[in-house]
Design a protein around this ligand. Structure first.
Ligand code: IPE
Ligand code: IPE
Ligand code: MG
Length: 247
């Protein structure tokens, strides 16, 4: 029986998130430029997103460019932004064919104008698709997101629209970029790094974490199935005892 056949289709994560790491090391290992690693990273994302939509995961959020990634050499940043524009143009077909809606979170205003324009267009053209929402985290940093939410809530209080004791988890969640999305159930990081790197800190509060050694350009449908199987073998207790969960 294949790994895919062993999956319980009723126990898939509702919201899966991925820190797509290892493009540079993959390229280096093959004697290629880092840019080639990023290009192959786009292919891995296409395969993964298509398979997620096909098996029935409603939300996939991927870390594509962090607020800290602006500190990379300018040449690499430029390459990534150019790749973003060309991939958005190229992948519109894939999104349409698979009924995937594209969304984005992060400090999008910091993106070059061309990127923002292309991104806005693809989001507009896919907004009626309802099989899966693919969210790109771009110029994204979770601590900044939390500060932005805090300021918005503070402003509502200052304007007399909200009382301090009304602030709860719901209000807070609804002021994050991910407002309206379910909490993350499963977070995957590739490339063997064991860190979160400022990604979705609030949203992963009770996520299952899976760290896989595979470098992102080598991630594919089979790797995804393996991670999902591992997820399905975990017991999510949410603070309760195992006995409570199983009764
Ligand atoms: C992830 O791969 C892609 C981005 C951060 C944009 P990296 O570029 O971080 O690859 P490594 O970690 O150097 O191998
Ligand atoms: C995290 O990867 C960001 C993305 C995958 C886009 P990095 O490679 O930038 O993370 P650190 O800096 O090594 O933690
Ligand atoms: Mg990296």
């Amino acid at each position: 029986m294949s790994v895919k056949d062993r999956l319980d289709i009723k126990q898939l994560p509702e919201h899966m998130a991925i820190i797509m790491d290892g493009n540079g090391r993959w390229a280096k290992g093959k004697g290629f430029l880092r840019a080639i690693g990023h290009e192959n990273g786009v292919s891995a994302l296409r395969k993964t997103a298509t398979e997620c939509a096909s098996i029935g995961i409603p939300y996939l959020t991927v870390y594509a460019f962090s607020s800290e990634n602006w500190n990379r050499p300018k040449k690499e940043v430029d390459t990534l932004m150019t790749l973003l524009v060309s991939s958005l143009k190229k992948e519109l077909k894939t999104l349409a064919k698979n009924n995937i809606r594209l969304s984005a979170i992060g400090n999008l205003q910091a993106l070059p104008k061309k990127c923002l324009k292309e991104l806005t267009e693809v989001m507009e053209q896919t907004k009626h698709h309802d099989r899966m929402t693919l969210t790109l985290a771009l110029s994204y940093g979770s601590q900044d997101e939390i500060i932005t939410a805090t300021k918005a809530i503070a402003q509502q209080v200052a304007d007399g629209k909200l009382a301090v004791n009304q602030i709860d988890q719901n209000i807070f969640s609804n002021n994050l970029f991910t407002a309206g999305m379910p909490a993350v159930d499963l977070l995957i990081r590739t490339s063997g790094e064991y860190r979160i790197s400022n990604f979705l800190l609030w949203q992963i509060a009770y996520a299952e974490l899976v760290f896989c050694p595979v470098l992102w350009p080598e991630f594919n449908e089979n790797e995804l199935h393996k991670v999902l199987l591992e997820f399905q073998q975990r017991e999510r207790r949410f603070g309760k005892t195992s006995e409570q969960i199983n009764s």
